[in-house]
Design a protein. Structure first.
Length: 368
């Protein structure tokens, strides 16, 4: 294999290679030969790619780290921090961002880092940047069926500051409460929010891309969500549920992963996805537990906090967090830590709940 003797140490060295060409994705070689190497540079970092010539969602290029000695999905990115952005209480949406240290279960407010308040929205993150779609540029509360603007706000999760807005971040269609599927830190697909059009976001190059695909009848005018694993995404909204193949960018209608678009999805790295078994904006007492291998429900489990919806869920290594929800008594900061192996969780861990606002539901979580 051409990749076996690769060594990166200052410059790239290999069989007959002294240095690979480098530059942005837009400047990749035209009509490359199979096995061609290219050091791709972006604001999120640089990485080596190889052209294998097979159709995929990146014009035949793949990262060498995924082609040579591939690391198990669970350990490819070790997640140490979770972030909660936005949310609301009553009719007040927030610009606030909280950080949770996964090793200690401690949450801290790190500032009003969003450009504008955000609620009933979604987002996705690269290795360093968390993007939040459709923030409220007029500062007003937006309900789940109200169309928001197209402005995408972002934060840098490394230095924990606002990430300066660029128009290339902005989505192409106005949407209400949206759903997002994500392929690790590479790509995200935005769906529903009152439209059947799917949009694709390149997380490494921080650019929205049009995708010539519509999800018939899955418009999600009252909310949408989903969960993702290494190769597939599982989306749901009003009108139906679907499974997406990330490699081929194809969609297949599937049984309902969740009872409602406001019963949010939980992703994992251990072959399971979760979503509310009953309820809507609240009223969720159990989670449907799905096998990502067989697409079957492998048994419902109780939510650690009952009667909830509009949850803010983070992805983790062995466990994940809920940081705020709505439970019928109002938007609140009740939080949990949920263990993937035991399918059980703990609420009211001292220091875990976001605390700067009186309540926080319908925001969005990121991780690094």
């Amino acid at each position: 294999m051409i990749y076996e003797d690769l060594e990166v140490s200052g410059s790239l060295r290999g069989q007959g290679i002294t240095r690979s060409p480098s530059g942005t994705r837009a400047n990749r070689p035209v009509n490359p030969e199979t096995g061609s190497l290219y050091m791709e540079e972006s604001t999120s970092g640089s990485f080596l790619t190889v052209y294998h010539g097979h159709p995929n969602n990146d014009d035949g290029w793949v990262r060498v780290s995924k082609e040579v000695n591939p690391i198990d999905f669970k350990y490819r990115h070790i997640l140490t921090h979770s972030y909660l952005a936005g949310g609301y209480k009553n009719s007040s949406p927030w610009k606030n961002v909280h950080r949770t240290v996964n090793a200690t279960d401690q949450t801290s407010h790190i500032g009003e880092l969003l450009d504008y308040p955000a609620n009933y929205t979604s987002g996705a993150c690269s290795r360093y940047i968390l993007f939040i779609w459709s923030v409220n540029t007029d500062g007003a509360h937006k309900g789940p069926t109200t169309k928001h603007g197209t402005f995408t706000s972002a934060i840098n999760m490394v230095n924990e500051t606002n990430y300066v807005h660029q128009t290339k971040f902005d989505i192409l269609n106005t949407r209400s409460d949206v759903g997002t599927l994500f392929q690790e830190t590479d790509y995200a697909w935005i769906f529903a929010g009152g439209t059947t059009i799917v949009e694709k976001f390149d997380l490494e190059n921080e650019t929205i891309m049009s995708l010539n695909y519509t999800l018939n009848s899955v418009d999600g005018s009252g909310g949408a969500s989903g969960f993702s694993d290494e190769n597939f995404g599982y989306g749901f909204a009003s009108g139906g549920s679907f499974k997406m193949n990330f490699r081929t960018e194809t969609f297949v209608t599937k049984p309902a992963w969740s009872a409602h678009g406001q019963q949010k999805g939980i992703s994992s790295k251990v072959g399971k996805g979760y979503a509310g078994n009953e309820g809507s904006y609240n009223g969720g007492y159990n989670l449907r537990r799905w096998s990502n291998t067989s697409d079957t429900n492998i048994g419902n489990v109780a939510k650690p906090h009952p009667n909830c919806g509009e949850e803010n869920f983070a992805l983790g290594q062995d466990s994940q967090y809920m940081l705020g929800n709505y439970d019928g008594t109002g938007q609140n900061n009740v939080s949990w830590k949920f263990n993937y192996s035991t399918d059980t969780g703990t609420t009211n861990i001292p220091g875990l709940a976001p605390a700067v606002n009186a309540g926080t539901s319908s925001g969005h979580c990121g991780w690094r």
